[in-house]
Ligand binder design. Structure first.
Ligand code: ZN
Length: 169
């Protein structure tokens, strides 16, 4: 398990690099991501959130019919429709806000063995994949709300700053 990086850490704003070779180091990264995601009770976690600027994320939306997954070098190849739901992020604990995203997406990438995968997603899984994919481009959910709401969120964040987060971890 690794330490989750919080808003303000520059690694969260990096444009992450593509993985060139899926080797034991990448598989160890995937294991760390999964362990940290479950420990933090999240439904998804991207590599930059544990300080590694590579295009890798894991997800598990805790629905029986949807298996937990790993995506390396993911690309959203189709996005249709719209959905608006409340969203949060392990890197900005304590904040949540309604975010508008695509309703359905098709995502292609590689699994932990380097095999190609293609995922057609709707609902919560679709939103989760879009949120995690955003992390790989240095984009956070607070970037996808109105400027007014963003100001309110950042104000709340600055109030709950270090002390509160340290105390709750
Ligand atoms: Zn997040």
């Amino acid at each position: 398990m690794r330490e989750v990086r919080y808003l303000g850490d520059p690694v969260l704003r990096e444009m992450c690099r593509e993985v060139e070779t899926i080797d034991d180091d990448i598989r160890a990264l995937v294991d760390d991501l999964l362990e940290t995601m479950y420990a933090e009770d999240g439904i998804g976690l991207a590599a930059p959130q544990i300080g590694v600027p590579l295009r890798v994320f894991v997800y598990d939306v805790r629905e029986d019919e949807i298996a937990p997954g790993v995506l390396v070098n993911p690309r959203i190849v189709e996005a249709t429709g719209k959905q608006k739901e409340v969203e949060g992020c392990l890197s900005i604990p304590g904040l949540d806000e309604v975010v508008e995203r695509s309703g359905q997406v098709v995502v292609e990438g590689l699994d932990r063995d380097g095999e190609p995968v293609r995922i057609e997603a709707t609902g919560l899984l679709s939103r989760c994949l879009q949120h995690e994919n955003d992390h790989l481009d240095g984009v956070l959910f607070i970037d996808r709300v109105s400027p007014l709401k963003r100001r309110m969120l950042l104000k709340k964040w600055s109030k709950t700053d270090e002390a509160g987060r340290q105390g709750s971890s």
